[in-house]
Design a protein around this ligand. Structure first.
Ligand SMILES: [Zn+2]
Ligand SMILES: [Zn+2]
Length: 339
């Protein structure tokens, strides 16, 4: 089969690899859509190829059909449409057993990081990692929800975003755009912040009430010109230290913020703001698979087009071009489509 390999120093190659075979508890998924994530760009930009795991197939946003079923697998059949929960969890710990699989304490890395991922024609998947793709949703919808739509929806549900809120989306990459779409459908007035003009335009298109450019002067002044009291809630997706520093100034007293972005290794904001304004902050990482039914129903009810966050499609053979495009950080999402 054809599969990609990231070699670092901004290079990806298309190579041939043996078709995977299912173990007794695995299935083989024939890939239909696999999207590129911001986190795929970290190894892509890695300066020392020798440090990267040699033969691994990247990709953790898999959507496809089951092509083969292992001997001991129950409940899944050839032809089933599936999305893969990419974090490889234990199924046994307290968190796995209580619907918080995204914080499994025994996780064995992820597909595309510690095991072969989805940028290939076929992928070997442990049966407990499978989630059903509803018949009325496309494979591209599946790829979008597999990582980024879930990552955007879950913190908004924890923030209880509603029509009572002015809600800031800090960073308008794919997760920020999806957060803008969802929060708008939840009724919030969304203010999007990003230095990229094309990304601000995309956010305005999917419902942001205002979009602000942090490179055009004080972002706090820009917000206060529209909302003098500040915002009620905030979701931070950029990972930028400059964005962290102003959270306490953008929010009203008692405001709440969800931190999603991992672009920098430290989080710093002035302690005075945090304490005196009694701001609540929480970190958030992907989503629990128990929330999938709710997300699909929300998407259906609000007629949300998940695939509209994708601006560029490529066949797998054009892997190098696709990664080059994603690396510019000026597009929406980039997605591989098969056939
Ligand atoms: Zn992802
Ligand atoms: Zn676990």
């Amino acid at each position: 089969m054809k599969a990609l390999r990231i070699v670092g120093e901004r290079q990806v190659v298309v190579r041939e690899k043996a078709d995977p075979r299912p173990g007794p508890n695995d299935v083989i998924v024939q890939m239909k859509a696999s999207a590129i994530c911001g986190s795929d760009l970290h190894p892509y930009r890695h300066p020392r190829p020798a440090d990267l795991e040699g033969d691994l197939i990247p990709g953790h946003e898999p959507s496809g059909v089951i092509a083969e079923v292992g001997r001991d697998v129950r409940g899944w059949a050839v032809g089933d449409r599936v999305v893969v929960y990419f974090r490889r969890t234990c199924g046994q710990c307290l968190y796995c057993r209580t619907g918080h699989r995204n914080v499994c304490v025994n996780r064995r890395s992820s597909y595309g990081v510690g095991a072969d991922g989805s940028d290939a024609e076929y992928m070997q998947v442990e049966a407990p990692s499978l989630m059903r793709l509803p018949d009325d949703m496309s494979f591209v919808d599946g790829a979008v929800i597999a990582c980024q739509a879930g990552t955007a929806y879950y913190p908004l549900s924890r923030l209880e975003a509603s029509g009572r809120d002015v809600l800031i989306v800090s960073g308008l990459g794919p997760v920020g755009l999806l957060a803008t779409t969802f929060a708008t459908a939840m009724g919030a007035r969304v203010v999007g912040i990003d230095p990229s003009a094309p990304r601000r335009d995309l956010a305005a298109k999917v419902g942001a009430a205002y979009v602000l450019d942090p490179s055009a002067g004080s972002i706090v002044d820009q917000l206060h010109a529209r909302y003098p009291d500040g915002a009620d809630k905030l979701i931070e997706t950029s990972g930028s230290n400059a964005a962290h520093a102003v959270i306490g100034d953008l929010l009203k007293p008692l405001g709440r913020a969800a931190i999603v972005g991992l672009g920098s290794s430290e989080f710093k904001m002035p302690l005075m703001r945090l304490v005196h304004r009694q701001i609540t902050l929480f970190g958030t990482s992907i989503y629990p698979d128990t929330q999938m039914d709710e997300i699909w129903e929300f998407v259906r009810r609000h007629r949300i087009s998940l695939s509209s966050v994708i601006t560029n499609y490529f066949p797998l053979e054009q892997g190098p071009e696709a990664f080059r495009m994603a690396d510019t950080a000026t597009t929406g999402k980039v997605c591989f489509r098969f056939e």
